[in-house]
Design a protein around this ligand. Structure first.
Ligand code: ZN
Length: 475
């Protein structure tokens, strides 16, 4: 295409796009009504293509066979191809310096460590356009600890039909090398039942985790559920759950086989029963269902294309993720955290979960103390030092309980009356000094009683997290 591309022996997106079948184009526009297939997505698409080029697997519906550039490639020379090495040879927009991991850190929360996971995502092994390797690199780059690739088992006979070990086996070693916990998972559906009498009026899908064999997981859906729950001892999570309970999900709940529900699925956008609330489309009703029925909440991408087409990292956005409070950082720890419902859904700079877990996270994250700054004739100036020990930005409203006027937040000028309430945005891993004014008459040794409302921590649309903190005075 361009001389630069040719000189560097890489495939430019423009070249690759020429080979994209027409139906892919249609699929792009329907999945991404406001498609961001722009230069921002360019390096990832390139990464996908290069990763695909580096593989030798049998191609079923894979894009490589349609790629005109691949037909121009010289025959493979003996020995390892440079394209198989990591990082792949990518020359554009930042990747020349390698991938950098987003370090998302948390303190210990109620004695548990916080793991960050993706529990719903697809690859070339079903209906997505991305290799399993790219999913691993994306997950590692985005700061995740856990990755569950959830391809549809219905594609066993069509996508890479000779590769019976599927995406999980293909990237198990790579994930281990990057210290990423890879969970063996699939997405099963009620749509493919062979019996018309059992066919539900509206299908529903479930991600199944910790499975051991994909082969029996397509077909007649009651037997699929039985295989996941009984034979394979896997976990079932209701994916993109629509507006109301469907009979199959209710049946799973009743029989104790439903472990969680997705409350955020970025891929579905504003479709499939989502509601617009607090600036984004998601399933606030599913949060209520989880809390009422003691189920784990999940936030997932369900990405079928490179994750950067769903999440604008150039604006500082993070992909949705499920936070797990785990006793240990291994698959057993992940399994147990889900079984014990110790999950939180993190998306669009909000965390949704049951109140006890939100409170535990906020207690661990927020550290308050009051520090003296300077004395004035009538007022003692102090600062409320607020430390956020998580990488999640917090929006907090601070309210002072004392209404006798002896203490207030500064209104900007010391001559103006102060306020008893103030809202602050606290960046991730930051400390903020909030100015306070104390009248001389107030006992300066008396600790400050503060009511906090963390407005981006929610257990319901009308339920932001509230907690009390005492700030000790430090001179
Ligand atoms: Zn899916």
């Amino acid at each position: 295409m361009t001389s630069e591309c040719q000189a560097k022996s890489v495939v430019c997106y423009a070249e690759w796009a020429q080979g994209v079948p027409e139906e892919w184009g249609r699929s792009t526009s329907s999945m991404f009504p406001n498609s961001k297939l722009t230069t921002r997505a360019f390096p990832v698409v390139l990464l996908v293509v290069l990763a695909g080029l580096g593989q030798t697997a049998t191609v079923g519906q894979a894009p490589q066979s349609k790629d005109p550039a691949s037909q121009q490639r010289p025959p493979a020379s003996p020995g390892p191809s440079p394209a198989l090495e990591w990082p792949y040879r990518v020359f554009y927009l930042g990747y020349e310096n390698g991938l950098k991991r987003d370090r998302i850190t948390f303190p210990e929360v109620a004695g548990y460590q916080v793991l960050k996971g993706e529990f719903h995502i697809h690859t070339l092994y079903s209906d997505a356009q991305v290799t399993p390797e790219v999913r691993v690199y994306e997950a590692w780059r985005d700061g995740l600890d856990v990755l569950a690739i959830t391809d549809h088992p219905e594609y066993l006979k069509t996508a890479f039909p000779d590769d019976r070990e599927r995406a999980y086996e293909r990237v198990k070693q790579l994930a281990a090398q990057l210290d990423l916990l890879l969970i063996h998972s699939v997405e099963v559906t009620t749509a493919s039942t062979s019996s018309a009498s059992l066919r539900p009026a509206r299908n529903s899908d479930y991600t199944a985790h910790f499975i051991t064999d994909e082969a029996p997981l397509s077909g007649d859906y009651p037997s699929v559920f039985n295989s996941v729950s009984e034979q394979q001892r896997g976990l079932l999570v209701w994916a993109h759950p629509h507006t109301d309970w469907v009979p199959e999900a209710r049946e799973l709940l009743k029989s104790g086989r439903l472990d969680g529900i997705e409350v955020k699925n970025t891929q579905v956008g504003n479709r499939l029963g989502t509601q617009f609330s607090l600036g984004t489309w998601f399933y606030p009703q599913a949060v209520d269902w989880c809390l009422k029925n003691n189920l784990a909440v999940f936030a997932v991408s369900d990405a079928h294309w490179p994750i950067d087409l769903l999440v604008d990292r150039s604006k500082g956005e993070r992909r949705p993720m499920t936070l797990l409070l785990a006793t240990r950082r291994d698959p057993q720890g992940v399994y147990e955290a889900i079984k014990q419902r110790r999950t939180l859904a993190y998306f669009n700079e909000m965390v949704w979960a049951s109140e006890p877990w939100l409170k535990a996270l906020a207690e661990a994250a927020l550290h308050l103390r009051a520090v003296a700054a300077a004395d004035r004739s009538e007022f003692a100036m102090r600062y409320l030092s607020v430390e956020n020990r998580t990488s999640i930005p917090l929006e907090v409203q601070f309210s002072l309980d004392e209404s006798d006027g002896s203490i207030s937040f500064n209104a900007g000028l010391s001559s103006l009356p102060g306020t008893l309430s103030r809202t602050m945005k606290l960046g991730g891993d930051s400390t903020t000094l909030v100015p306070l004014t104390l009248r001389k008459t107030r006992d300066s040794n008396k600790p400050l009683e503060i009511q906090l409302t963390v407005t981006n921590f929610r257990s319901g649309v009308d339920r932001p997290l509230r907690l009390r903190k005492v700030a000790k005075l430090v001179d």
